[in-house]
Design a binder for this molecule. Structure first.
Ligand code: ADP
Length: 773
């Protein structure tokens, strides 16, 4: 339908429209100028009617505009928007320019072509947008600055703090009395606590700045969970807490994920659970449901029977720096960052972290995320090929904790065993006394009324009165810190297993117990290596924590630095025996740091360097060893591998550091062998040495007096071969130093070395004489 407005009505509307409406004729002369246009341009209609449109266009745009209009006139198009994205510019009567949005149309009239431009002044909107953009940029910059500041501060604080911790650990190796040791330990612990807080802050600032990213590699789900539990076992300490772990048999064995981050979340949740639970249980459960293809929905739950969280605070605890009851900080410690960081990590994994809890009844934290399975292996496949070896056997399980019973029964069923569970020692004894036959029994150590050890003794007594069947093989379950009496395990049990029980270890123990053969003894935690200090160079705070906790679990204390430069500094300060060195670090990477360390520290002071690297590429190992590293650990670092690498390193360093004997008996035996067992020849060699050294020492003294470097070097060099001939090991270092000083023409420092050499010669003389007699 056509417009039904009269021309007068239309003209009225055009006049009062808010926008500028300007019409021109074919010659670009203005023929219509409404009130909106008057307001926006500052011209009266009467002033511009008949003028060229160019008066409304800033001079520098006129030529372009003319071309544009010509093109539009001759084109097919009837209407177009101008400055849709960018603005066009117009000019007011007073000469000021302003940005505008315009649409333009053409229509054919009886008097020829009519162009109509509708214009809107957008300077305000643009100013507003600009201000908004600037504010946004400013906020982002401020945010960035804050994060940078936090990161820098953390770094700045960490550097002196590392020195404090390093120095106190040095101090602890000196002769301190009880009281001084106590003070020093306190400084050390406080320093470490402070470092942990700063590392949390660093993690946090990295997240704020969006610089926290996640890696994806195949992760052994069971091992990841078991590692986290291993780390927490010592924290349970003397508490009356059962630590348990259930992994659904249908869960994929291996997923694509970030093992270190996953473990960090688990460790955070577990340490909270242990921290806020006085008694009862802390249980990790892993469940999985298949999605399309290889994807699985995973749910890892950590539940405890602790103090719980009031309903109205359930959301708050995920906020940074928030604790349910600030007064608990005094009792339990903590920064209130753990859960905030964990939730962010969960989000970065594409998942979510949630909580259910009831005050006084415990809490349940659930990490839900999706991950791709690698291969078709399932958690239950562990030992599947060999499970036939246990099938059909009858197993008695005695534990007062229901969760533990459930886990053990389930595991036994998976292996095809027939399992009977008893909730108390009395119940178990009943079963045994009434002639129930079992192939093996698992006894929990920690039970009320009668503990596992007492129960074992009772079982043996009952057997003594019976029909003379072979004794029932018994396995003992203990928690760290609740060990059985020394010797008890030997007499009564085929093996003792630490809780939480790992299926692989249980399988082996059962097999050996029933087969009669003793399982290899569960390796005891190695004692902290006396006098061999460990340094960890690792920039990632997550990994720092993990490695540190793994080391702590192995009974070692370690100092931590964040890059190669810091590692070199630390090494100047303190004689670290073993260095765990990350390959990729800012400032100076592990390869370069190793090269420099190798140049700087030789002989007895050379550290044992273990490389840690995430990208286990084929050439990595070679690259590390080439740079002078002694061993290689792929990341994520796992307990067993670390234990092995550390044992090798500590052993090597201990040997390297053991002061050489005055005379090496092995060398003397060798000499004697070379002489065909003829003691006369050996005596001659020794006598030649004892007679020959004093004149050489005298000549070295003369060379020093005469400041004759080359003579000193030559004399020392000659002496060295005699020293090596009889194996007078302690004379080597001062003699070598003399040679070096002589070569460097530095005879000043040589006097002290010569005195040391003379002293060591006395020792060697005595040892050799003793050997001869
Ligand atoms: P913190 O370092 O203080 O433990 P988190 O962010 O890990 O910081 O936890 C925040 C607070 O949430 C804790 O201080 C505690 O009040 C509460 N909370 C966390 N986990 C538990 C739990 N398992 N049981 C009871 N309270 C908990």
């Amino acid at each position: 339908m056509k417009n039904t407005l009269s021309p007068e009505q239309l003209a009225g509307i055009l006049e009062i429209a808010d926008n500028a409406i300007v019409c021109t004729d074919e010659a670009q002369r203005i023929v219509f100028f409404n009130q909106g246009a008057e307001r926006i341009f500052g011209w009266r209609a009467a002033e511009v009617i008949g003028q060229e449109l160019a008066v409304l266009i800033p001079p520098r745009f006129r030529a372009g505009h003319g071309r544009h209009m010509a093109g539009f006139r001759s084109g097919e198009q009837q209407a177009r928007n101008m400055g849709e994205r960018g603005a066009i510019y117009a000019v007011r009567k007073d000469g000021s320019e302003f940005p505008a949005e315009a649409s333009i149309s053409r229509s054919h009239t009886a008097r020829g072509w009519l162009m109509t431009a509708i214009l809107q002044d957008i300077s305000e909107r643009q100013a507003y947008e600009r201000a908004l953009e600037a504010a946004k940029e400013k906020a982002e910059a401020a945010m960035q600055a804050k994060s940078m500041f936090l990161a820098n501060m953390s770094h700045e604080i960490r550097t002196p703090l590392n020195a404090v911790i390093g120095m106190t650990s040095l101090l602890l190796n000196t002769g301190l009395d009880e009281e001084q040791r106590d003070y020093t330990e306190t400084i050390r612990h406080s320093g470490e606590a402070l470092l942990a807080i700063i590392n949390d802050l660093l993690d946090y600032s990295k997240m704020e700045a969006g610089r926290l990213d996640i890696e994806r590699h195949p992760v052994d789900l069971r091992r990841c969970v078991e590692d986290a539990l291993d780390l927490l076992a010592p924290a349970v300490g003397g508490k009356d807490i059962e630590l348990a772990c259930v992994i659904e048999p249908e869960a994929p064995a291996t997923i694509l994920a970030d093992a270190a981050r996953l473990r960090q979340v688990l460790v955070n949740l577990l340490s909270n659970a242990v921290k806020f639970t006085r008694q009862g249980e802390v249980v990790v459960e892993v469940a999985a449901a298949p999605l399309e293809g290889q994807r699985h929905a995973l749910r890892i739950t950590v539940r405890d029977s602790g103090i719980g969280i009031p309903a109205h605070r359930l959301d708050d605890i995920f906020e940074s720096f928030t604790q349910v009851d600030p007064s608990t900080t005094r009792e339990y410690g903590g920064t209130g960052l753990g859960l905030a960081i964990s939730r962010r990590l969960a989000a970065i994994m594409g998942g979510a972290l949630s909580v259910e809890s009831r005050l006084g009844a415990g809490s349940r934290f659930t990490l839900a995320f999706e991950a791709e399975a690698v291969g078709a292996g399932l958690a239950r496949d562990l030992l599947q090929d060999r499970s036939g070896q246990l099938a059909g056997r009858r197993l008695l399980i005695v534990d007062d904790n229901a969760t533990n019973r459930r886990i053990l029964v389930r595991q036994a069923l998976l292996w095809g065993m027939e399992a009977v569970a008893a909730a108390s020692a009395a119940e178990a004894l009943d079963l045994v006394r009434h002639g129930q036959a079992f192939d093996a029994a698992i006894l929990d150590m920690h039970m009320p009324e009668m503990n596992g050890e007492q129960l074992a003794a009772e079982i043996r007594r009952a057997e003594g009165q019976g029909a003379g069947l072979p004794p029932l093989p018994l396995l003992l379950l203990t928690s760290l810190g609740q060990r059985a009496r020394a010797g008890a395990v030997d007499g009564l049990f085929a093996a003792a297993l630490n809780k939480p029980v790992k299926p692989a270890a249980l399988f082996e123990a059962l097999l050996h117990a029933m087969g009669g053969a003793r399982p290899a003894p569960v390796p005891e935690l190695p004692a902290p290596a006396a006098g061999i200090d460990i340094l960890v160079a690792e920039d990632n705070t997550v990994n720092q924590k993990v490695v540190k906790q793994l080391l702590r679990h192995l009974g070692h204390r370690a100092d931590i630095v964040a890059n190669g430069v810091e590692a070199l500094e630390a090494m100047e300060r303190q004689d670290y025996g073993v260095i765990l060195m990350d390959m990729q670090m800012p400032e100076m990477d592990g390869i370069e740091a190793t090269r420099r360390l190798r140049r700087r520290f030789r002989g007895a002071s050379a550290p044992w360097i273990i490389a840690m690297t995430a990208n286990a590429l084929p050439g990595d190992r070679e690259r590390c060893l080439e740079a002078g590293m002694d061993a290689y650990l792929p990341k994520p670092v796992v307990l067993e591998e670390l234990r092995r690498a550390l044992a090798a390193g500590i052993g090597a360093v201990a040997v390297r550091r053991r002061a050489p004997e005055a005379v090496d008996p092995a060398r003397l035996r060798e000499l004697r062998g070379a002489a065909g067992g003829n003691d006369g020849v050996l005596e001659e060699v020794i006598a030649a040495f004892l007679d020959g050294v004093p004149p050489l020492l005298a000549r070295a003294g003369q060379a020093i007096d005469a400041a004759d470097g080359p003579l000193l070097a030559a004399t020392a060099h000659y002496l060295l071969s005699s020293i090596d001939c009889v194996g007078a090991g302690r004379m080597r270092v001062p003699c070598l130093n003399l040679e070096l000083l002589g070569k460097a023409d530095n005879v000043e420092g040589a006097r002290a070395e010569l005195a040391a050499l003379a002293r060591e010669f006395e020792g060697a003389r005595e040892a050799l004489r003793a050997y001869l007699s």
